[in-house]
Design a binder for this molecule. Structure first.
Ligand SMILES: Nc1ncnc2c1ncn2[C@@H]1O[C@H](COP(=O)(O)OP(=O)(O)O)[C@@H](O)[C@H]1O
Ligand SMILES: [Mg+2]
Length: 139
């Protein structure tokens, strides 16, 4: 997916399949920010992506745990949900930077506070549409 490109995803399955299609496009060490309101499809996209990298188990929203590491066939994927995080410091104190540096891929929901710290990261915006979702790559 190119910067500026937009796609319409008309079902949960399409959302997952889009996530899966990203797997091959994201080089090792990629940081991926997902932005969009509750229910915009961030976790669904993440599920498709992590499954495509070769993880068989359940991928859930780490809202309470804040972060979760998934061992995939291609390396560890870090999934962060910063919704309940008040200050970026909270996550940095949990060794976020080292975990991200070692990960095959780091996916952050509600990671706005970290955008400036990771200038090379991908940023996808997800929006509700009638009967689906729209995804736009902002960077
Ligand atoms: N493209 C889509 N079309 C229709 N429903 C979707 C789509 N993507 C996700 N959903 C549904 O929207 C709900 C919320 O998705 P979720 O990924 O949990 O959102 P978020 O993580 O952004 O809060 C889920 O029930 C999911 O199945
Ligand atoms: Mg979520």
């Amino acid at each position: 997916m190119q910067i500026g490109q937009t796609l319409v995803l008309e079902s949960e399955d399409a959302q997952r399949a889009f996530g899966a299609s990203l797997a091959a496009q994201l080089p090792p060490g990629t940081v991926l920010f997902l932005e969009g309101e509750l229910g915009a499809g961030k976790t669904t996209l993440t599920q498709g992506l992590i499954a495509a990298l070769g993880f068989d188990g359940l991928v859930t929203s780490p809202t309470y745990a804040l972060m979760q590491l998934y061992p995939t066939a291609q390396g560890e994927v870090l999934h962060v949900d910063a919704y309940r995080v008040r200050a970026p410091q909270e996550l940095y104190e949990m060794d976020l930077e080292r975990l991200m540096a070692d990960a095959r891929l780091s996916i952050l929901e509600w990671g706005q506070s970290f955008y400036d710290d990771f200038p090379d990261a991908w940023l996808l915006r997800l929006e509700h549409l009638e009967g689906g979702r729209r995804v736009t790559r902002l960077r």
